[in-house]
Design a protein around this ligand. Structure first.
Ligand code: NOJ
Length: 782
């Protein structure tokens, strides 16, 4: 059903059924229940490409001409090229395409390869329906940007949108008009390797980033040749897999699902995401790929999603392993009935759907609906008019300068300065031209491949400028002493000894350590230990023992638990996997050409035993407060608290944390009202604070605003991010930063799982991270 008419029907239903019984306040609650928008981001419905009535007419006309087998064919997707999951065996694609048995292919390498398949589809198949080509374009196609966790650490949606737009231009040039991104899974557990692919632990920030990706990919219109259809994934709860073990089970209450895990999906869909991918995990006892509550009730009925739902790789067939289907036919029946339109790779729909429809186990209506969802996207993309990619648009040589610059800028803003202690008379960073000889040590200093991260689209190591190259360009090779210090996983005594000797010859040491992008981060890379692999920690400690000032650059797709380093190493930067401009971006930040401005989008645990540790937690009935805990507890007052007897509750670094090269002073938060009414549809307050740069260097600061509601029907988190702003301050400059806060900021999901504003007490903090600041307060009355 088209989005508009679906919305109209929903509203009508609500009004007819309950109007007589409801007073205005309750009605406003229901309207809100359908519109859980993050604060500060006005509702923008941009499904226009998918809801164009002219497209609907063409879809219906085509559907009428299709045989049952041709319909099933549109719902089958296969991988052709290097697989991104367990191999699905070989298929005879050219003949299948000619028979109309394939709707989509992915993992192809070039426009030429895609065009060859496309020619078969549009010239040989009976109805000439074009194929839709997909790919995992996660943080760039060839121009590789920092990994999504790093992109989110910029807290800068314009950077994300630009990266997604460039990715769209390059993907579409290669015939890829469908990208399996954004990944918006909330991740609270860094053992889960896929934390790297998302925007971290916060639903508000995650929603802002989700929208930016969709805007970038889809542009103003899906029909634009340079636009690609987004695919928001993985629906839903995948980030909550138990123990952080990939593909594992997730248990999430409906309340937490709506408060935490659903908002970024909703945001992407409101922004117009043309498609959505179901996830691998079981959610509350039912695999997400066969879950009608999430895929039909929430996605279609509550949200009115008009787009295409694709399964994850073989996740339809995996319903057999889950034990809810005895064979692939039963798996196909459950998946399509729940709401999955297209079967990615498992080859369950292709051989079984037609029989399931003939026997009545799958209704003709449901089949048609699924086919419509596929065709609608193909029409909206303009594939029927223009199915082929222009092979000359594919970049063969060097990347255009403007794209390289976008990659550099995004990397510069993604680094998070975690520590910068004084060594001698001043902090170690930024380095200066007087910093003297620099020892460049560690397996990452001249590594191109790892800079691309675990999932680099069609990124090429030869496009990467490494730290070593960039530093040589900056200070000259004669000022650098270089030692790799071994490999990531292994190092010989000789290599470690050489690194120590190299450090001794220098005035300052840059030590580049971390986890291996491909095998230790990303999909199927859950880790039970979050330390530095191989002998890297030994290397770190031995180099530190030389007494030379050290700057530790951490390359990883997640926080690493390194208590020794955080205590003993004076300067530490979380560099993530920064993409093709890793070297130049790092050098510019290390030398202070640009200030470090990234902030953490996940809480950084001290130890694995604290996981999951996240800032927007509930208070419990026995919170230990903010003070440092004694270990072990000294008396019963200290003992019977929600705490560890052997570690602090607080993380190593809180969500939102990141240092700059200057110092900042935040005034107490001010709010312009003391009392608001929960029944006021236009409920509104403005929180403000002044922020002053008290140091002597320029800063780019990400000012954050948090809320806590008490006296509510359901327990609310101790803090919830409801807005943020990036500001620049010259030394000595101060600025008043204001946040208009509307209903979204004050609302919560109640006991009936409705989003509403309740009478409550609100506290606000405008602060540099989630753990600091002095609150302002206001009352929300009836
Ligand atoms: C499995 C991954 O979970 C998903 O994110 C990806 O898009 C598909 N494979 C396709 O490669």
């Amino acid at each position: 059903m088209p989005w508009n008419s679906c919305q109209r029907r929903l509203k009508l239903l609500v009004i007819v059924a309950i109007l007589p019984a409801l007073v205005m306040i309750a009605l406003s609650e229901l309207v809100l229940a359908q519109a859980p928008e993050p604060a500060g981001h006005p509702f923008a419905l941009s499904h226009s490409s998918l809801t164009d009535p002219a497209i609907e007419t063409r879809v219906e006309a085509l559907l009428k001409q299709m045989t049952l087998d041709e319909k099933v064919g549109q719902l089958a997707q296969y991988s052709s090229g290097a697989p991104t999951g367990p191999s699905a065996g070989n298929a005879d694609y050219p003949n299948m395409i000619a028979r109309g048995e394939v709707g989509s292919l992915f993992n192809l390498d070039s426009a030429r390869a895609a065009n060859e398949y496309q020619r078969i589809a549009v010239e040989k198949s009976r109805l000439h329906i074009p194929l839709l080509f997909g790919l995992d374009v996660i943080h760039g196609y060839r121009t590789t940007f920092p990994v999504p966790l790093a992109l989110a650490s910029t807290w800068d949606p314009s950077i994300v949108e630009k990266a997604a737009r460039i990715a769209a231009q390059e993907s579409s040039a290669a015939s890829v008009r469908w990208v399996f991104s954004p990944m918006v899974d909330i991740a609270r557990d860094p053992r889960w390797g896929r934390m790297v692919e998302g925007a971290g632990e916060d639903p508000y920030l995650g929603s802002v980033m989700a929208r930016a990706y969709v805007r970038g990919y889809q542009g103003k219109s899906l029909g634009d040749k340079e636009s690609v259809a987004a695919c928001v994934k993985h629906f839903v709860g995948y980030g909550a897999v138990e123990g952080g073990r990939d593909y594992n089970t997730a248990e999430i209450s409906e309340h937490t699902l709506r408060e935490i895990y659903l908002p970024p999906f909703y945001a992407a869909i409101r922004e117009g995401s043309a498609s959505l991918m179901s996830s691998f995990n079981t959610l509350n006892g039912l695999p997400a790929t066969a879950n009608p509550f999430t895929l039909t009730q929430i996605l279609r009925k509550e949200w009115g999603f008009p787009g295409l739902v694709v399964s994850d790789w073989t996740s339809v067939g995996e319903l057999v392993a889950h034990g809810i289907a005895r064979d692939k036919a039963a798996a196909a029946q459950k998946a399509i009935a729940a709401g999955v339109d297209m079967d990615m790779v498992s080859d369950s729909y292709h051989p079984h759907l037609a029989d399931l429809v003939k026997s009545g186990q799958v209704s003709q209506a449901r089949l048609d609906e699924a086919v419509r969802d596929v065709l609608r996207v193909k029409f909206a993309l303009g594939l029927f008019e223009d199915p082929f990619a222009d092979e000359s648009r594919e970049i063969k040589g060097a990347l255009p300068t403007e794209r390289v610059e976008a990659a550099r800028l995004s990397a510069e803003r993604s680094f998070v300065l975690l520590k910068n202690s004084v060594a001698g008379s001043r902090p170690i960073l930024p380095l200066t031209n007087e910093s003297g000889t620099i020892a460049l040590i560690g397996p990452f200093v001249d590594d191109a491949r790892n800079m691309l991260g675990p999932w680099a689209g069609r990124g090429r190591p030869e496009d990467v400028v490494t730290l070593k190259t960039a530093l040589e360009q900056r200070v000259g090779a004669d000022k650098i002493r270089f030692a790799k210090g071994g490999e990531l996983q292994t190092a010989s005594d000789t290599e470690i000894q050489k690194a120590i000797e190299t450090a001794k010859q220098a005035d300052v040491v840059l030590l580049a350590l971390g986890e291996e992008a491909d095998t230790q981060s990303g999909e199927a890379a859950s880790r039970a230990y979050l330390n530095l692999p191989g002998r890297q920690e030994e290397l770190l400690e031995k180099v530190a023992a030389t007494g030379k000032p050290i700057v530790l650059l951490l390359f990883s797709g997640r926080p690493l638990t390194l208590p020794w380093a955080f205590e003993h190493v004076p300067a530490i930067v979380a560099a993530w996997f920064p993409g093709i401009q890793a070297g130049p971006a790092l050098v510019r930040v290390l030398f202070g050409d640009v200030p470090p401005s990234g902030k953490l989008v996940v809480s950084w645990p001290r130890t694995i035993g604290q996981i999951p540790v996240y800032y927007n937690a509930l208070n419990t009935g026995r919170p230990p407060g903010n003070t440092d805990l004694t270990h072990p507890p000294q008396d019963s007052l200290e003992k019977y608290l929600s705490r560890y007897i052997d570690e602090q509750n607080s993380p190593q670094f809180p969500f939102g944390f990141g240092l700059s090269y200057s110092s900042l002073e935040y005034s107490r938060t001010h709010v312009d009202s003391v009392k608001l009414s929960a029944s006021d549809n236009a409920i509104h307050a403005t929180a403000s604070a002044s922020v002053k740069n008290t140091g002597n260097r320029a800063v780019d600061e990400i000012v954050q605003v948090y809320i806590r509601l008490t006296g509510t029907s359901m327990e609310e988190p101790v803090r919830k991010l409801v807005g943020f702003k990036r500001i620049s301050l010259a030394p000595g400059e101060s600025q008043t930063v204001s946040f208009p806060l509307g209903a979204e900021a004050f609302s919560l999901w109640d006991m009936q799982n409705k989003l509403r504003v309740e009478p409550s007490h609100a506290q606000f903090w405008i602060s540099p991270d989630s753990s600091r600041g002095l609150p302002a307060e206001l009352e929300i009355v009836e």
